[in-house]
Design a protein around this ligand. Sequence first.
Ligand SMILES: N=CN[C@@H](CCC(=O)O)C(=O)O
Ligand SMILES: [Mn+2]
Ligand SMILES: [Mn+2]
Length: 329
Amino acid sequence: MSLQLPAVDVPPQPWTGRFDGDGPRHRRWWQAVNQESQPGPAEAAGSQGAGRPAPSVRRPAALLGFASDEGVRRNQGRTGAAAAPAALRKALASLAFHLDRTVADIGDVVVSGQDLEAGQERLGEALAALLDAGHQTVVLGGGHETAYASYLGVSASRAVQTGRRLGVLNLDAHFDLRDEPLPSSGTPFLQMARAEADAGREFRYAVVGISEPNNTQVLFGTAGKLGVRYLLDEDCEADRVQDFVAAFLADIDVLYLTIDLDVLPAAVAPGVSAPAAYGVPLPVISAVCRQVARSGKLLHLDVAELNPACDIDGRTARTAARLVDTLLR
Ligand SMILES: N=CN[C@@H](CCC(=O)O)C(=O)O
Ligand SMILES: [Mn+2]
Ligand SMILES: [Mn+2]
């Protein structure tokens, strides 16, 4: 597939990482990104003959950065998430590459100053173009205002415009359903609910990992009125989460998955604006990612709320990179 590059603010920068050698069996992400094709695992293992490129059998992935923390600033959080796309690429770069799809880095949309809304529009336009060109899209956020930017792209895509039922699955300690005069990292899913109502569509929104003490009764009330399905963090045993996600997937055609890294325990994900005292264990979140990847319904995914300035030894970025890698398997 030839890649029509959508307009971004900062073009893709060179990827670098540990070098173990040339060839597919040594390959790491930094050596695979923006290459025309990668062999599948079978060829990489040497079973299809040396040197012959195999066609990629999966939808090509496209990475798009959203360098923004204006939403976090407006939401009274700890800013720093604008630096997250670069930190996420760095964490991805040295992972061994086991995917049987190509990965293109498209570059970054950058929110300059306080013009969050314009940045969300630009991200949405670039994302819709990538989706309609057949890519498995991945947005590297940004504060959780990233989610409304993602939604603009997903809702404008041919899949949704031609009537496929969209579901939004949020892995998050928070509902992010705040009713505020200005959009922020705390408002994206209420913005989506209103936009879906305006479009005459049902808003299908589910959240895994809600922390009861970190969401007010007003937010639970809004979730109730909107018919939001959710699981509390304390109820996130592996089997229960699997059943919850399976039931949600059964009611939709295409999924937008958004991972707010504060769904994870603070020890695993300290580098966020609002670290979780309790959190959902990483193996449970990773299992959700595998379940979603296997479902065949994943249209788009993003990772949000990484704040590299608050991270400890890059552990939050590394965890996020691992989840992105899992989702693209
Ligand atoms: N992105 C959302 N953030 C949370 C922050 C909560 C907090 O700072 O305690 C929210 O708005 O609910
Ligand atoms: Mn959150
Ligand atoms: Mn959030």
